[in-house]
Design a protein around this ligand. Sequence first.
Ligand code: BGC
Length: 396
Amino acid sequence: MSALDLPEGFLFGASTSAHQTEGNNLASDAWVEEVRADSSMAQASGDACNSFERWRDDIDLVAEAGLNAYRFGAEWARVEPAQGRFSRAAVLHYRAMVEYSRSRGVEPVLTLHHFTSPAWFSARGGWLAPDAPALFVRYLDEMAPVIEAGIQMVVTINEPNILAVLATVRSGDQELLTGLGGALPPADPTLSTALIRAHEAARTALKSRFPQLDVGWSLASQAIRSVPGGEVAAAQYRESLEDTFLRPARDDDFIGVQSYSRAVFGPEGFMAPPGDASRTQTGWEYYPGALELAIRDAHAVVGPDTAILVTENGIATADDTERIAYTSGALEGMARAMADGIDVRGYLHWSLLDNYEWGSFDPTFGLVAVDPLTFDRHPKPSLSWLGRVASSGSLI
Ligand code: BGC
């Protein structure tokens, strides 16, 4: 048994996002993309996990496992399905989620934007439109009753760095797409700047209305490392994908760290994992040590005044024993970083549910399986294991 030495009030729980679990987000840009006749997506989100109806079950699962935190998202497209037309019912829905979480002793961590935008917002230029920050802030204003119901930590935008990478992918620039030989292409700099602007506007608006609220955003961390000869490529990659987005977080209350695997650079650029490396269902190298590196990397840039919240960490696998082993290794690394004095406020496992993985339901990241016909929830052994780790503070 190894003790994690978690401080009082440490948040230990699980994460989901709105679009991946709710189902039928008809007014979102992702929905439009998924149902197009020539869509590149193998599967559409459809009913997803039907969490828009079953959200109480989800919160109950978290509480009954012995976990004390649940990160979930609000879907902007439900709150503002047409520009300037707000749904009071959607706001009350999310408010009820916050109230219910609190009544079950579960700290609700709210994500305001997780990859998907209202279709109308994307059609008019998305984040690149000059008034995008103002439109985002207006949505946040409408969400005030949700925050007032008991939100302490809010994530403005999930993985802006991946949004900016996707913009490079969409640009079709072959040099950029193939230049890194298998790694993610660089983040689009124009979109990166626009997202930073939107995040800063959101932070200013939220902090002026709710001075006690902890505001941050969450980044995909690649645990970038190099072997001799790969230092320059690794540094460029780190600047484009991570540091550009970590620096603005120096003025945030926390940074959300999201870690799954690592990226190693050598003299020829990105080094594919060795042939005998174990890979997960998404093809990523099985590397539990990534979380410790990701926490240390984020801390090195944001500095001691910005806390760290692990907003995602997990593995796509059909083997729940492997999920437990991976998570155990990741938590050991997190504990080492904390022992060195890094202020980590919580660990939120991705994901509570086997949910919609952006084009497919095949990769299973969940602590809980979901029956696609009845939407019944079937907890896996990893859920009760994680709950025991959270309550005991020890890896068992
Ligand atoms: C995203 C999640 C996604 C997960 C696994 C993160 O990039 O925030 O939406 O499901 O990684 O791919």
